[in-house]
Design a binder for this molecule. Structure first.
Ligand SMILES: Cc1cc2nc3c(=O)[nH]c(=O)nc-3n(C[C@H](O)[C@H](O)[C@H](O)COP(=O)(O)O)c2cc1C
Length: 203
């Protein structure tokens, strides 16, 4: 049975681009794997505790960390909604990463996450694309790519719906066509990437 681990971390349950795009990904994935399993965690609605001294020291022996690490190891593919907050990832997603990455247990190029495909929907209000004035302020894709490949050896892919604030910020009104195009592309990417990924696990 094929398993997709799906995490969302946007604080708003409604009107969230990352939630809408991850949902489209899951719909396309389920069409390919009607018998498959989708394990879901809403990190905003049910935040994980921060790592503390005892859980950091216990590693995989800590019940929660062991559960999260097993959930990640058991997934064939991972989908993460990661909106940009203050140029970086939501603290709830960072809490998941700090809990789930256990050096000596699931880290490194030979660990259980090595080669595992991780698709990230990185929504953001502005644009941090190469050549834009705030290119250097991008700490979502840069960080997630490095931590997931560098610590876990995962295979990371991004879907980036940008300029999501264009419709609500008058100063961004002229960017609405670009925002709409980015949103449409994100849904197309979600469907295509989910289908392509699902095909890799076809029995
Ligand atoms: C607390 C907070 C901080 C934010 N910080 C940024 C930011 O640094 N850069 C940016 O482009 N957008 C920022 N935004 C806007 C969000 O990235 C944007 O609304 C995005 O669409 C949120 O993701 P979602 O639509 O998946 O919920 C921020 C929004 C919130 C709520």
């Amino acid at each position: 049975m094929t398993t997709l681990l799906h995490l969302d971390s946007a604080v708003f349950p409604q009107g969230s681009t990352s939630r809408d795009v991850t949902a489209a990904f899951v719909t396309a994935w389920r069409e390919q794997h009607p018998e498959g399993r989708v394990v879901y965690r809403d990190l905003a609605a049910e935040p994980l505790p921060h790592l503390n001294a005892s859980s950091a020291a216990a590693g995989a022996e800590d019940a929660l960390r062991g559960e999260l690490a097993a959930e990640l190891a058991d997934a064939d593919a991972v989908l993460i909604g990661a909106p940009m907050y203050n140029f970086s990832i939501p603290s709830t997603l960072k809490a998941w990463l700090d809990q789930v990455i256990i050096v000596g247990h699931n880290s490194g190029p030979d660990g259980p996450v090595a080669g595992k495909p991780v698709t990230i929907v990185a929504s953001r209000g502005g644009s941090y694309a190469p050549g834009t004035p705030r290119e250097d302020f991008e700490f979502v894709q840069n960080y997630l790519e490095k931590v997931l490949t560098g610590m876990l050896g995962a295979e990371v892919d991004f879907i980036v719906p940008e300029l999501t604030l264009a419709h609500s910020q008058p100063s961004m009104a002229e960017l609405i066509p670009l925002a709409d195009a980015s949103r449409a592309q994100a849904f197309t990417d979600a469907t295509e990437k989910a289908k392509a990924l699902a095909a890799r696990f076809a029995a």
